[in-house]
Design a protein around this ligand. Structure first.
Ligand SMILES: Nc1ncnc2c1ncn2[C@@H]1O[C@H](COP(=O)(O)OP(=O)(O)O)[C@@H](O)[C@H]1O
Ligand SMILES: [Mg+2]
Length: 253
């Protein structure tokens, strides 16, 4: 679904990613952990194609297509969707409108009210996007927009940060729903094998690992100082980081 190859990225004239390679297979959820400032958000923003993130070497492939030079809106059309770590406030645009815009960008029509009910956001539809929203409300608004877009690859930048423990369950369930548990049978695969896969794929940056309680992650990467230092079982990675800190991950190198 996604393949990042030896990616070098400069932000404001400084190289932040020094040759990052990772893969998100179809129907799989992949986590990305790492200390603050290691370049996790930079990687996700570059995959989405935002300006200010200059790719100096390496390639990004999505569904087998080289998207390294593709503008953001075309990546969205192809099926990449992002939930920001710190979403911007957009004054003059109502949440309801951005939900409709997000859906139409993917050629879909949705009922914003019906979608909003799933993340307890129905009272926010008439408010300007993220204007005065609490941390948790912003995260729910991000997920609401993703629900409208229905992307094939979800890029989630710390979806649980700033969310109180009570609401994490709601958010986790909504994310699970977008990922889609039900899948069509695949030729040559037993139903049991197929059932393990999600309909969609995701790359999830997580600081606390709380999201692992709700989403069945298959693979985890650790990014330190702009380099992938380790990959493996996401739960094992989380346990190691909790117990010994990121220093231990560097031994993987
Ligand atoms: N717009 C920017 N201008 C200058 N430096 C930036 C900008 N965005 C990110 N950086 C720098 O890039 C590094 C990686 O940041 P980021 O990708 O946000 O890390 P993480 O998400 O892992 O915490 C940091 O040192 C940060 O200060
Ligand atoms: Mg970040």
């Amino acid at each position: 679904m996604l393949k990042v190859e030896s990616l070098r990225v400069e932000v404001a004239g400084r190289e932040i990613l020094h040759g990052v390679s990772l893969e998100v297979p179809k129907g799989k959820v992949v986590t990305l952990m790492g200390p603050n400032g290691s370049g996790k958000s930079t990687l996700i923003m570059t995959i989405m194609g935002f300006s200010g993130y200059r790719v100096t070497a390496g390639r990004i492939y999505f569904k087998g297509k080289d998207i390294t030079e593709m503008p953001v809106h075309e990546r969205v059309k192809l099926g990449i969707g992002l939930a920001f770590q710190r979403p911007p406030v957009i004054k003059g645009v109502k949440t309801k409108q951005i939900v409709e815009i997000a859906a139409s960008a993917r050629g879909r029509e949705v009922d914003p009210y019906e979608l909003a009910k799933e993340v307890n956001m129905e009272n926010f539809l008439e408010r300007d996007v993220n204007d005065g929203f609490s941390g948790g409300e912003m995260k729910r608004s991000e997920i609401l927009q993703l629900m409208a877009m229905d992307p094939d690859l979800l890029l989630l930048d710390e979806p649980e940060s700033g969310v109180d423990l009570e609401s994490i369950g709601l958010l986790g369930e909504a994310i699970n729903k977008i990922l889609g548990r039900e899948v069509e049978p695949v030729e040559g695969k037993s139903l049991k094998e197929v059932k393990k896969e999600y309909a969609k794929s995701a790359l999830i940056i997580t600081h606390t690992g709380h999201i692992l309680n709700y989403v069945n992650a298959d693979l985890g990467y650790v990014l330190i100082n702009g380099r992938i230092v380790c990959s493996g079982n996401p739960r094992e990675i989380l346990r190691t980081v909790e117990k010994y800190g990121y220093k231990e991950c560097e031994k993987c190198l």
